[in-house]
Ligand binder design. Structure first.
Ligand code: PAF
Length: 297
């Protein structure tokens, strides 16, 4: 497995590859990521994994500075999982025009764009996670498009990119990016990997105290409860969202949203929609967790 830090070297190494499967990550890898690498290996012999904590998708006062950077341990895991190349660029390699302010606990933490060109996503990017994280999906779409350009389109003919379903809205945005920008890339969705309790694996689980960790599966249980009730015929979606929000609040969660949506459009579900997803985001202490359950009614 090769570890590469620059775009020039990456392009030169990938020049002769006929097909590439790419797994973009921000590092601090867990079993969920390794599952994506396993999926990637089913699609191409050359598996590229990027590890880049993307400053552009973090808002002021979010955890950019404290986000765990564990490159050495990540590379060990990726080697064992059979990845071919780890691309771990510095911020200046991806955003030469930007200046990044390291955290000093003020609102100016983050990135100064200067003359950087970014993607303006459609309005659905301002709902759900985007409502409380303004600019987040612009940051995600921008870095993903840049990474796609760096990894693919250099002689290879078949392009696969693998994203986890846990970040449902992100996956939706990336599929739109690929469709609307006519990118010759097949997007593969990797199932959410869960702990025995049902808690979705996430790099942010590491922020939870032991007690919070034990409690954290309540989010998934709450979403499952909604699914069960809807499957029995209830379609008062607003009321269900409110009831589950109240239950989580009573358990000590700070709920960002609980929302029942159409999987096709990601807009609020109507009683005629059959392909549904219930999504939730909520904080335990300072740790914001997200999860979703997709189902057919
Ligand atoms: O899901 C993530 O880890 C990130 O949002 C991604 C897709 C690697 C872009 O920075």
């Amino acid at each position: 497995m090769q570890i590469i830090k620059t775009v020039t070297e990456l392009r030169s190494v990938l020049k002769s590859q006929a097909s590439i499967a790419f797994v973009p990550t921000m590092g601090n890898l867990h079993e969920g990521h390794i599952h994506l690498v396993t999926l990637a290996k089913q699609h191409a012999e050359c598996v590229v994994v990027s590890i880049f904590v993307n400053p552009l998708q973090f808002g002021a006062n979010e955890d950019l500075a404290s986000y765990p950077r564990t490159l050495e341990a990540d590379c060990e895991k990726l080697k064992a999982a059979g990845a071919s190349i780890v691309f771990a660029p510095a911020v200046a390699e991806i955003y030469p025009q930007c200046t990044v302010t390291e955290s000093n606990g003020t609102e100016s933490d983050g990135i100064k764009l200067n003359q950087t060109m970014t993607i303006a996503p459609p309005p659905i990017a301002n709902e759900l996670c985007g409502a409380s994280r303004p600019g987040h999906f612009s940051g995600v779409a921008t870095v993903v498009l840049k990474l796609f350009n760096m990894v693919f389109f250099n002689g290879s003919k078949q392009h696969f990119a693998i994203f986890g379903q846990k970040d449902f809205q992100q996956l939706f945005m990336i599929k739109e990016l690929v469709k609307q920008f006519n990118l010759p890339i097949t997007i593969i969705a990797g199932e959410t990997v869960r702990e025995a309790s049902g808690l979705a694996m996430s790099s942010r689980n590491g922020y939870l105290t032991t007690e919070q960790h034990q409690q954290a599966s309540q989010l998934n249980s709450a979403l499952q409860d909604i699914v069960n009730v809807i499957k029995k015929g209830d379609c008062d979606f607003n009321l269900l969202e409110q009831e589950i929000t109240a239950t989580l609040k009573s358990q000590g969660w700070l709920v960002d949203y609980i929302s029942i949506r159409s999987t096709r459009t990601l807009s609020p579900a109507t009683s005629s929609d059959r392909h549904l997803v219930v999504l939730g985001a909520a904080k335990l202490g300072n740790t914001r967790l997200i999860d979703n359950v997709e189902f057919l009614r």
